[in-house]
Design a protein around this ligand. Sequence first.
Ligand SMILES: *Cc1c(COP(=O)(O)O)cnc(C)c1O
Length: 425
Amino acid sequence: MSHFSYQDGVLHAESTPLSRVAEAFGTPTYVYSKSALLQNFAAYADACAGRDALVCYAMKANSNLAILDLLAREGAGFDIVSGGELLRVIAAGGDPGKVIFSGVGKTVAEMRLALEKNILCFNVESIPELHRLNEVAGSMGKRAPVSLRVNPNVDAKTHPYIATGLKANKFGVAFDDALATYRAASALPHLDVVGIDCHIGSQLLDDAPLLEALDKLIELIDTLHAEGIHVHHLDIGGGIGVDYGAEGDKPPVPVGDYLGRLFARIDAWRAERHDGRPIKVIFEPGRSIVADTGVLLTSIEFLKPGEEKSFCIVDAAMNDLMRPTLYGAWMGVQPVAPREGGKVVYDIVGPVCESGDWLARDRALAVAPGDLLAVMTAGAYGMTMASNYNTRGRAAEVIVDGEQMHLVRRRETPEELYALESMLK
Ligand SMILES: *Cc1c(COP(=O)(O)O)cnc(C)c1O
């Protein structure tokens, strides 16, 4: 069941009318469903039950402390891409021992912080990064646990959404260079080679490319083993997509089905070729944990009919939700209290001074100024990508739990936006 549904003609998050959220906290506001979040995480956790596996939530999708806290309580680890994200995990009560650190540009300060906090693993993406990490760890009298992010170069032709697992991307070590890079890593005195990882892309609707990537990682683990390099975990990354609801879109593979197929392959490999040596399996899901848990609630300011286009001008904008203008992404838009009457086709746009400031195009709506709209499936890569462009305070964030509303981030004030600035004396 969707956690956002119409009850008595009003769109609700769980048992809370979105109109009540708007009355209490204003708009634009991100509204998340707690039970949706727990259900999405449980889809991973249940499929991993009884196995040596760890779900490291890719927190760049949505890093509100309340979300991190709820997931940490369920046993989640975290996939981070900055020192700032590590500090968020700690602030939310998460366990640094379950943190893996991804990203192509880790700074010395970030490495130092992560080593101080004893994170689980650094997902290293290049040889210069190996050397830097070795030096930083050595200077601290420590050994850094490392995994290499391997680029399996899975065929993208039939899978147009794969964007990070190809030779042409900045991410990871090319598959053909992986063995040499592992040799280099194991020769460095302050590194412990512990794992192998990949992350081939995002919004994957099919698990075939992920299983293809898995096969390549497995092949490499066997090659490394024969060389005396033993990895203890296999991290397949994130990437499972969600249903944004566009007409004609195919639904994504259910998480349980994907994990079932993945574990079946791993079990078969371990039984046949891997001598039953233990291997921990790590996942880095982001979008599939949070996207459908959230909506962006916005109010209509004006309707502006035109000859070629009619515009529905709302109080949310590209600074609140970048996905439409950044990726040309299609997002569903629902009136909170649908009206009877003739529909007009609108482009839904914000007040920001850019033609790229749109949230949705060509949507037939029966609406009036003052009405509330909900931009659906906005829980991932929404608030985390928000900016203060046009000196707009970022949206508030609310988590709904049944009939209860919890403000988990208040709206920014204009004064806060320039509080860090100063004028020349
Ligand atoms: C963004 C990212 C993820 C999460 O991807 P989703 O498509 O949101 O699941 C996982 N791992 C790495 C390294 C990432 O950069």
